[in-house]
Each structure stands twice: as structure tokens, then as C-alpha cells.
Design a protein around this ligand. Structure first.
Ligand code: XIL
Length: 350
């Protein structure tokens, strides 16, 4: 009798497990993320609609992701090249592609010290620059009102040493440009989620401490800031995971939403299969820690195929930082991430 029961139990378990595994087989990163109520996404390359493998690019993008950030075409030099001329069309292409495919748009970026057109860099008085900044933010955010859900309002305003970055904004306006930028963006679209975005703030260090104090003060003053973006441009040695976990926690405890905004994990140019396994483990760990924190709303990669990654051009000797190779084949990192998502989905189903 007892053994019969055991046999029945085993048979039932076998079918249940098989069923679950089969169900997960048809899944993509996107469908799994949607089951978990999070966003998973990528930075969308310039003019993706006219690259030679555009169809393939779009097919993978909409299959795997539910959020995108235009990699460059919402930056100041692209979207506002002359003082009296905005150039919205390229940005519109990214937005249209996203919305037609049920994806969310994450705008990048309203205030930054890079990719500024010469007409902005040429301004020299505080009054002029404040006016220019207000006009830019209100026009861009207003233009995409209701269509761009999340904005990187201020990008990289802090130095690695943990001080305000010495940029044109800081030098000529002073630190108040940061709060003003959030206030103006909020005025232009009160429903948009407004975030501060930076690199090297993933773990606890002088830079993330400074950012922590800065956003804490903003929250206390009632400045409309809703989240923090951790860029996460790292290499296959990973980072201090315990420190990353604690850092996420302290930002979440301020009542902020958390975003991994630009993740890539570079490996040496002449990488071996072992290096790709090591890379996959870094992606796995980061995902595990993020999924443990309910404040994490989105995880985005800075691209998805190694064919179109900024890494080889910016980090000499490094490459292959993304989760698909140059032929759009998923790499071990892709499967590691999928496994983490699958496990979470199954845990929730229990
Ligand atoms: C990079 C783009 O990927 C490149 O194509 C461009 O030439 C330079 O900018 N942090 C950011 C991003 O916030 O905007 C940067 O993107 C990468 C670092």
C-alpha cells in the first residue's frame, strides 16, 4: 500500500515537473521577465532600421526584451543639434518600434557632460545656461509625454572620488542644476519616472556614498526623483557581490526604484570558452541579487549582440561583453540569465 502511494506520487511528480519544464521551453527572457513583473531590455543602436541585418536585429529585440533605451539618439547632440532646431525623427523611430511591439521606452539622457553640441558648450553665463537647460528638458520631455515612461534625467554628475563632477553644468550653474532638472522634467510629464544614472556606483564606495547622500537629500526636500540607475559596465571579474546587495538595499530603503541601466560584462578580446563561462557566472550573480530585491524594476544591457557593442571601441583589449555573439547566437550568459529567471518563476508558482 505504502509503495503504491509512493509510485503514484512519483508518477504525478514526473508529469508536473515535465509539464513545467516544457512550458518554460518556449520562454524567452521577455516572457519570463513579464511573468515576474519586471522589465528586461537593451540599448537600441543608432539607425537600427537601416543596418544591413535590421530584420534579424528587430526580431531578436522584440522576442527577448520589453524595454529599450536609445543608445545615442536622445542625447543632446542628436536631438537638439542647433539652438533653434530639434531633431526628433531618429528618436521617434526607437519610440515607435518600442510601442508597436509592446515595449516600454527608457529615455537617455537629459543632462550630461558628454555628447553636447558646440552651441551648448559655448554658453558662458549662468542665466543663459539655465534657460537653455529648462527649454531643452521641457521640450524633450514634453514631446514624448506619455510615451517615454522613464527618463535618465541627470547622468554621471559625480566623480569617482565622490564629489560633484566638474562639468559645464556644475561650473557655470552650480549643484542646483541637478534639482532643477528633476523639477523641470516633472513639470513636463508628471507621470514619468525620473532617475539619476551613473557608473561605478554598484557597490559601496566614495562615489556611491556621495550619490546616496545626494538623492537622500533630494527625497527629503521633496524633489521629484523616483529612482537610481546603476550602469553596470563591468568586466568578467565581477564585483563585490555582498557590497552590491547592501548598496541596492540602502537605496531601496530610501523609497527609490532601482534600475540596472547599461549592463555589459567585458572579457578579453581573445576570450576562450572558459572566459565565457566566467562571464556567464557574473551575469548570473548580478541577476540573482537583483531579483532578490523587489525595488529592482528593470535590468537593461547596453546592447544585445556583440556585433554592435560600444565595448571594443572604448575598452582597449576587451570585447564580447553582451549576451548574444556577433551572429545573434545566445551565449552562456544568456542561458545563465534565463535559468535565474526560470527559477524565480517556478519559485513564485509554488
Ligand atoms: C556610449 C555609446 O554606447 C556610444 O555609442 C557613444 O559613442 C558614447 O556613449 N555611459 C552612458 C552612455 O551613459 O550614454 C554611454 O554610451 C556609455 C557610458
Amino acid at each position: 500500500m505504502k509503495s503504491l502511494r509512493l509510485v503514484i506520487l512519483a508518477v504525478v511528480l514526473f508529469f508536473v515537473l515535465n509539464f513545467t519544464v516544457q512550458r518554460l521551453e518556449g520562454e524567452t527572457l521577455r516572457t519570463l521577465a513579464e511573468k515576474l513583473g519586471i522589465y528586461i531590455g537593451y540599448a537600441s543602436i543608432n539607425d537600427f532600421w537601416r543596418i544591413t541585418d535590421s530584420d534579424k536585429y528587430m526580431e531578436v529585440a522584440k522576442r527577448e526584451f520589453n524595454i529599450l533605451t536609445p543608445e545615442n539618439q536622445m542625447k543632446w547632440d542628436s536631438i537638439h543639434p542647433e539652438e533653434t532646431r530639434y531633431n526628433f525623427e531618429p528618436a521617434e523611430r526607437h519610440v515607435r518600434f518600442a510601442l508597436e511591439n509592446g515595449m516600454v521606452v527608457h529615455g537617455h539622457t537629459l543632462v550630461w557632460h558628454q555628447q553636447l553640441p558646440p552651441w551648448v558648450s559655448g554658453k558662458s553665463t549662468k542665466e543663459e545656461l539655465l534657460k537653455v537647460l529648462e527649454d531643452h528638458i521641457k521640450t524633450v520631455v514634453g514631446h514624448f509625454k506619455g510615451r517615454v515612461k522613464i527618463w535618465d534625467v541627470v547622468n554621471e554628475a559625480v566623480s569617482d572620488a565622490g564629489t560633484y563632477r566638474d562639468s559645464i553644468w556644475y561650473r557655470i550653474i552650480g549643484p542646483e542644476y541637478i534639482e532643477k532638472a528633476f523639477i523641470w522634467a516633472h513639470e513636463a510629464d508628471p507621470d514619468a519616472i525620473l532617475i539619476y544614472n551613473d557608473y561605478n556606483i554598484e557597490t559601496i564606495n566614495p562615489k556611491s556614498n556621495f550619490v546616496y547622500n545626494m538623492v537622500k537629500e533630494m527625497k527629503e526636500k521633496g524633489i521629484p526623483i523616483h529612482g537610481v540607475g546603476f550602469q553596470m559596465h563591468i568586466d568578467y571579474n565581477g564585483l563585490n557581490y555582498e557590497s552590491f546587495r547592501q548598496n541596492l538595499k540602502r537605496f531601496a530603503d530610501l523609497g527609490l526604484k532601482l534600475y540596472i541601466t547599461e549592463m555589459d560584462v567585458r572579457v578579453p578580446q581573445n576570450a576562450t570558452p572558459k572566459d565565457f563561462e566566467k562571464q556567464a557566472e557574473v551575469y548570473r550573480k548580478i541577476f540573482e541579487i537583483c531579483l532578490d530585491n523587489p525595488a529592482v524594476e528593470a535590468i537593461q544591457f547596453w546592447g544585445f549582440t556583440d556585433k554592435y557593442s560600444w565595448v571594443p571601441g572604448f575598452f582597449k583589449g576587451w570585447d564580447h561583453a553582451l549576451i548574444f555573439d556577433r551572429d545573434y547566437n545566445p551565449k552562456p550568459a544568456y542561458f545563465a540569465i534565463k535559468e535565474v529567471l526560470e527559477k524565480k518563476v517556478m519559485e513564485r508558482q509554488k
